[in-house]
Structures are given as structure tokens and as C-alpha cells.
Design a protein. Sequence first.
Lengths: 405, 126
Amino acid sequence: MKLPIFMDNHSTTPVDPRVLEAMLPYFTTHFGNAASRNHSFGWTAEAAVEAARAQIAALIGGDAKEIVFTSGATEADNLALKGVASFYRKQGNHIITVATEHKAILDSGKRLSREGYDVTYLEPAKDGTVSPEQVVAAMTDKTILVSVMHANNEIGVVQDLAAIGAAIKAKNPKCLFHSDAVQAAGKVEIDVEKMKLDLVSLSAHKMYGPKGVGALWVRRKPRVRLDPMIDGGGHERGMRSGTLAVPLIVGFGKACELALAEMDAEAIRLRALRDRLYRGITSQLAEVYVNGSMEHRLPGNLNISFAFVEGESLLMALKDVAVSSGSACTSASLEPSYVLRALGVGDELAHTSIRFGIGRFNTEEEVDFVIDLVVKSVNRLRELSPLWEMHQEGIDLSTIAWTPH
Amino acid sequence: MAYSDKVIEHYENPKNVGTLGKDEDDVGTGLVGAPACGDVMRLQIRVKDGVITDAKFKTFGCGSAIASSSLATEMIKGMTIEQAGTIKNTQIVEELNLPPVKIHCSVLAEDAIKAAIEDYKKKHAR
Ligand SMILES: Cc1ncc(COP(=O)(O)O)c(C=O)c1O
């Protein structure tokens, strides 16, 4: 077993060697511009891009022609929200999304608010889920777009998009439905028809593809329109100009093909590893709390608060393991995770949270190593923690007059 | 973020971890910070003839907070309570090479020292 162990597969993933192999010829031999229509270099590149479109569309049950390549999901999210908001401005100015979305959605919403749009941020239930009833209740005759992420990047909670999509369209068939499916793609099934989706954001580097490429899937039947954010040569049906990054796109396509082919077996393997990690930790440590629904959850995700142990200090102890924390100390803002806050997790527990993201290249041996290290480190840090001592003495910490700073 | 070697050393081998009897007459206890802010320090001193003969701490917080309190207990041992009361957080920042985002950890350690002295003095006010 090699150290350090990478168990932060929600932040990014390594490129699968099979993906890299598919990409390599497109850097050197087949380096043509996919928009060059007048020679074989261009044709070869174009054919590769079209093949990738089909591979990507297949993962979500869409059509190859509906894929719009972007620089990543941040751009896809921006394009979905701002592009739709701008194009459908005459029909309405109301957009609904969720408080636990990625910043690419939340900050796009913020900008739209400043420009006169009305944005509703739904508060999820304690387990992180959003109900169809909740979405529909927020819809007005001005609502042009609902955006609900499929799986959350911190807590791995998976939303019931089929139920939400059906409810939205039952209330107003014209209201568009977008999902940031970055974390769900290749992990759980996505079917744009069953889910009645109109737009879907994807990113290659979360699914063992390269960084710097993503896509917005945009439904053609019935046709969904949007105003582009980048003008130029009119690539991607005018929705996103710019020379296509052919090697990255080829890798993205290959990554989708592999993810689809291996999804069912891999989900079983990941869930077994995740459950092993969960049992290993919870059977040996008291006062640990899972954040978010254990039932509606990505197979490889575990997000746990280790009460009385601050998250960054635990990360320091886990220096041979790459994981991440919702502790304020790990962010520049000095605020704990807004996702955990939205679930109603108190700040004192949010500071103690650790996110484990188990991925394709993690092994049982690694999980066992992590369990031992976590248990040892939490025990050591609790011996250092005045809060743990007070808790052991039966003192109710909420009765203390703390001095916030 | 990369930690300085000194922070890592104190984090991995913290000095003076422990608890003194908070009701004992010669012990002063400072408890500062808040769980909701992600750091709480408890620093305790034992005083004899105006001199700090022992110091203990426990800290809930990041590595820099643990290192700051560990260093603080080392610094004040053997000092008079007057000397200890003049310790500035900047001394801790310098010694541990704390980056700007971690300065609040040193402030908290300074506050913890002052709070422990205050508590001791209160016990002996009569
Ligand atoms: C849910 C979600 N949406 C969007 C993004 C942004 O994706 P990208 O890194 O491709 O811009 C991420 C990754 O951080 C994510 O987890």
C-alpha cells in the first residue's frame, strides 16, 4: 500500500490510465482543429469529438447533438443559469434552487439577483433532501427555471430528480429543469427522460477524466434555448464559442464510457468499502454523527462529525490520508460549511466534520488503514480536548458562557 | 496550507497537556473561545509566592491553536504572574511562524493566560 492515500474523490479524481491512453494520440498525431472542414486533420478531430459526444450523452440518456462542451462544470452551471435567465427574461424572472448547491450555482444566482431576477433558495430537510412538494410550493407563474443538484459534493446526498422533475412539469410544463449532476454522473443512474430534465451540468475530472473540460447537456426536443456567455466563432451551435479541446473531450468521452460500463459493479464495491469505513469508525468511537441521509447517498461518500475534535486538527493527524473537512479553519472565510449549516448542523459540530470520498482506485486495505488512523487520532485529540473532558464529566456544553471571538 | 516545523512539533508532541484541580486554592483557570467558533482553550496555572510553578492546557482547535497553547504553557512556567500577564500574542506568532489566518490562535492563547491569572487573582482577592 502506497502513502499518502487519496480519499478525497469528490474534489477531483485521477485520470484513469485507459482514459489517458485514449487521449494521447490527440495531442500529437491527431492534433487537428475539429472546426477545420477542409482537410483530414480536421475531419479526424471532428470524428473524435462526435464519438465523445455520443459517449457522454449515453451516460445520461440524452442525444449526442445535445452536448455543449465547456471548460468544466463551473462554466456549465453559469451558462445554464445565466443563459436561460437571459433568454427567457420575457417569460419570467424567478429561479428556484437549493441552499446546498455548489458555489457555481449559488454565486450565479447571486449575480442574477443583482440584475433584477428573483432567486429562491430552498432549505433542505435535516437529511439534506429536497421534496417535490417543496419545489412546487415555491413555483410561481414567473418561475422559468428550477435547478437542483443530483448529488451533493460534501454530503453525497442524492436527490430524487425523477419525482422533482415530474412535479415541476405537472405544475408548469414550460418551466425548465436543470441539474448539476457533476457528483452523480457515473456513480448513480441519470436518465434525462425519466427525470424530465432540460439541462444537465457535467465535469470530466470528477469521473476519472481530465481537468478543464465539462459539458452542458441542453435538450433539443422540445428545444431549450439560452443566450451564450462567450461569443466568437459560433461553435457548439452558437451556445459556446471557442476551439474545442479535442484531447480533453476524447478523455471525457472515454471516462463516461467506462463509468457507464462499470457503474453497477463499482457501486456495489464502493458501497461495501464505505459501509466498512462507517462500521469501523462508529464501532470504535462514541459521539460521531453522520451528516446527511445514509439512505439517499452516493455509494462512495461518508461525511462524519467527530464531536469535540476540531476538523483541521484531525486532518493534520491524518496527514497520510487526503480527505477534507467542513471546518472553518480549512477555508479562507473562517466560516464552517454552508452545506452543513443548511442542514441545521450546529457550528460546533460542523467544525468537527470530515468528508471521505472513496473512489475507483481505493482498496479495502486502504480503508482499514484509514479506520485505524482515524480512531487513533480522534482518541488522541479527545485527550487534548477540554470539551471532551467536560462532556465526560457530564457538563452540558450549551450551558457555558462561551466567549466567541 | 503548509504548517511550520514548530507548529508540527508542538502539535505532535504537545507540552503540558492535562488538568489541574480547578477548585484548588493555588490554581487559576482560563477558559476562552467557543465551540461554535472552532476553538476553545483551557489554560491552568499553579502559583506559589507569585511565581507560576506549573501550567497545563487542553485545547479544542486547529493545529496552530494546539501549538499556541502548548507554547504558552512553556513560556509562562517559572514566570511571575506579572511577567506572564505581559506576554503578547505577537511573541507566539513569531515563535511559531503563524500565517495571518492563524493569528487569532495566538490571540486566544494570550487571552487564556490572562484569564487564568485573573481567575487566580480573584480567588486571592480577599
Ligand atoms: C457539485 C459540483 N458542481 C460544480 C463543480 C465545478 O466543477 P468544475 O471543477 O468542472 O468547474 C464541482 C466541483 O468542484 C462540484 O462538485
